[in-house]
Design a binder for this molecule. Sequence first.
Ligand code: AMP
Length: 382
Amino acid sequence: MRTPALPALLPGATLGMLGGGQLGRMFTLAARVMGYRVVVLDPDPDSPAGQLADIHLKGDYTAAATLLHMGQLCDAISTEWENVPSLTLEILAKHCRVHPSPAAVAVAQDRLLEKTRARECGLTTAPFANIEDQSDLVSAWAQIGGPALLKTRRLGYDGKGQVLIGNLDDLVSAYAQLGNVPCLLEGFLPLAQEVSVVLARGASGEIAFYPLAENRHLRGILDLSAVPARVPAALVTEACNLAANLAHGLDYVGVLAVEFFVLKDGQLVFNEMAPRPHNSGHYTLDACVTDQFQQQVRALAGLPLGDTRLVSPCVMVNLLGDIWQPEPHWDRLLKHPGVQLHLYGKREARPGRKMGHYTVLADNLNTALAIAEQTRADLGIS
Ligand code: AMP
């Protein structure tokens, strides 16, 4: 299925962003550099993207009057968070272009829909059982067994809303602990690596892939991405083909991130997708010809997609609020000439809060990794 392409929205047009966090901020920067006007909707008066937008609407995502105003101001609208109510996107779509579509975002909001759709598109997932309510616990345990992960179907991110399960008693108490909400029980897999594909798909179905990123998580939160991922070329091709199947299957328009597990036997298993630029694609800001936010602007505006070529091996390191006591020693980081620092303009640092990131560019990935590890230690990242 193909969406007929609309005429491109050229610089000077107004682009809207639902959500004013760091992803919205980097979109806003890219759009303004390219000459677009940007409207951000976020209730926080000091949101990272609102600080930089032409117009910051400080309303609620469900307020009809605010949505009408935004729809009238904008020529096209996208979102920086997948949990935006799909009704919000549907209302806005009556006024202007909305990419990705409300239907595609709805799939990404619910782990059951997401994994079911991924399987329909030919991707392999971990074995899972749906738990609608308490009456499903015993049969889910019988189907999946342990070790397993109990994950809330909605609103889980950065490892939140998931618990490791060893036996049925664990499952019963963890389900109550997660609030008796719909969940998936997922088989715990022997992971060798985690990788992600970030791609952009235009309205006529063309796809541009970024180089595969190899990701390391700490306490469920992305810690570091290394690019190009240290995997066989055939695995890169397979990951891109599978991600493309999903993007085509959803008739997706915009930037899409697809996260995979690489198992010890080399098998690629779909984990989840994000209907937006992704933390594991932040390296593109410094290491690719066109970064993922410029690409988001291009896809939203209906422009040709940009060149995704990697111009240097790169490591991206996340900066969480844990190291703000009160402010990290940036001089220890910036003494390295190949380091680029990105801070998101968040006033309050909290443990686990993403405050910024930095990239290390070097002639080869091993050197970049060595500098990344040394600078992490220098900044006190444990
Ligand atoms: P998620 O929120 O689903 O992305 O999970 C957060 C992290 O938990 C992943 O990046 C993995 O490191 C780990 N994880 C999630 N699901 C599984 C699984 N089925 N088996 C093993 N590890 C997992």
